[in-house]
Design a protein around this ligand. Structure first.
Ligand SMILES: *Cc1c(COP(=O)(O)O)cnc(C)c1O
Length: 392
């Protein structure tokens, strides 16, 4: 008997998470110079990291021989001030993925179920299956969450509903009122995990005051992250906000030192640098417009996005188009594991990166796009025009 055969069947059934291809890997595979490659595949912040956070992290390097503060006192104090919650409502995580996993470990057991939307973040089924839970994927409506259908899908065994707002990889946004109405209607026996990883990219008018809902709903867990607008994906810091009892259970289950010294120091400093988040937001708005304009000129269908990324539909051979982009040094994300085999997801980058992406896409569609480029002459002409404009 192979030891692996003795692992629970629900573990063996998990398909591995497919991360964006690292620049170093593509450089190795293609014999390319790393400098010539741009990665627009993991929704990272193209501005890098707040200088204030970088400073704090350099200082923290002097303390890496010591265990971090397992209670995360300073970061929690900064978060409670920022968000108007008490420290005992906060769960810190090694990225918000860690918080999602803690929620699953606390509230699920084999046979319990979770509800999430089709095309929603891949980590929801992953954390569900890792503890023997059953994931119920609810068909999307216009690529977004169908909250009525999700409510109907809640079964007696359901313990968690995951809502990503905005959602990755579709970029769709639910109006705050709709989420609130969902909370009012769903059973209080079900934990609603509201994943707001892209909250900082929302225009102020579209940001609901979800944190205020915590007072009314002890079954609400809000997750946020320092990985996206704060530009700290590499040090892995995220957090959850919930009722103190919920946070307390999650804090019992987490590793005592799940967030490292450097991340704790960096995140606390990053919170003070509002200027950096503002710049990241503004850059994203401009870059999104640039990408959308380019795609429109090429006649490419895309899903309007509220995040720092956008998914667009490739008519023809997606694999060949992606390969062509890679050969041109542009890494985007194929999203067939999200049941979107015809789409690619691109992260909004710096202005020249977006331009390189658009130009490379035009070339990729012309050379590898199959049906679209071969059979629609006027489209091919448009690809050429965008390609030559891009190189000018
Ligand atoms: C990127 C992302 C996260 C954040 O993951 P971290 O573990 O905090 O880096 C969470 N949820 C969604 C939907 C995301 O796209």
């Amino acid at each position: 008997m192979n030891i692996c055969d003795l692992a629970p069947a629900y573990i063996r059934a998990i398909s591995p998470y497919q991360p964006g291809k690292p620049i170093s890997e593509l450089a190795r595979e293609m014999g390319m110079d790393e400098q010539s490659i741009i990665k627009l595949a993991s929704n990272e912040n193209p501005l890098g990291t707040s200088p204030m956070a970088l400073n704090a992290m350099s200082r923290a390097l002097g303390e890496v021989s010591l265990y971090p503060d397992g209670s995360g006192f300073e970061l929690k104090a900064a978060l409670s001030e920022r968000h108007g919650v008490t420290s005992d409502q906060i769960v810190l995580g090694n990225g918000s993925n860690d918080v999602l996993e803690l929620a699953a470990r606390v509230f699920l057991k084999p046979g319990a179920s979770t509800v999430y939307s089709q095309h929603a973040f891949a980590v929801y089924p992953l954390v569900t299956k890792a503890v023997g839970g059953i994931g119920i994927s609810v068909p999307a409506r216009n690529y977004g969450h169908d909250l009525d259908a999700m409510l109907d899908a809640v079964a007696p065994e359901t313990r968690i509903v995951f809502i990503a707002n905005p959602n990755n990889p579709t970029g769709t946004l639910l109006p705050a009122d709709d989420v609130l109405r969902f909370l009012e209607r769903v059973s209080p026996d079900v934990l609603v995990v509201l994943d707001e990883a892209y909250n900082e990219y929302l225009p102020p008018a579209l940001k609901g005051d979800s944190i205020a809902w915590l007072k009314q709903f002890p079954n609400l867990l809000i997750t946020r992250t320092f990985s996206k607008a704060y530009g700290m994906a590499g040090v892995r810091v995220g957090f959850g906000l919930a009722h103190p009892d919920v946070a307390g259970l999650m804090n019992r289950v987490r590793q005592p030192f799940n967030v490292n010294n450097i991340g704790l120091a960096g995140a606390a400093a990053a919170l003070q640098d509002e200027e950096f988040v503002k710049r990241s937001y503004a850059l994203n708005q401009a870059g999104m417009l640039q990408i959308v304009t380019g795609l429109r000129q090429m006649g490419i269908e895309y899903i309007p996005s509220y995040g720092n990324f956008l998914s667009f539909r490739v008519q023809g051979d997606v694999k060949a188009v992606n390969e062509s982009l890679l050969r041109q040094g542009v890494i985007v994300r194929p999203i067939s594991i999200y049941e979107m085999p015809e789409h690619l997801r691109v992260t909004v980058g710096l202005e020249p990166e977006n331009e390189k992406f658009l130009k490379s896409l035009a070339i990729a569609l012309e050379t590898a796009g199959g049906a679209a480029a071969d059979t629609i002459p006027e489209m091919t002409a448009r690809f050429r025009q965008v390609a030559s404009e891009g190189s000018a």
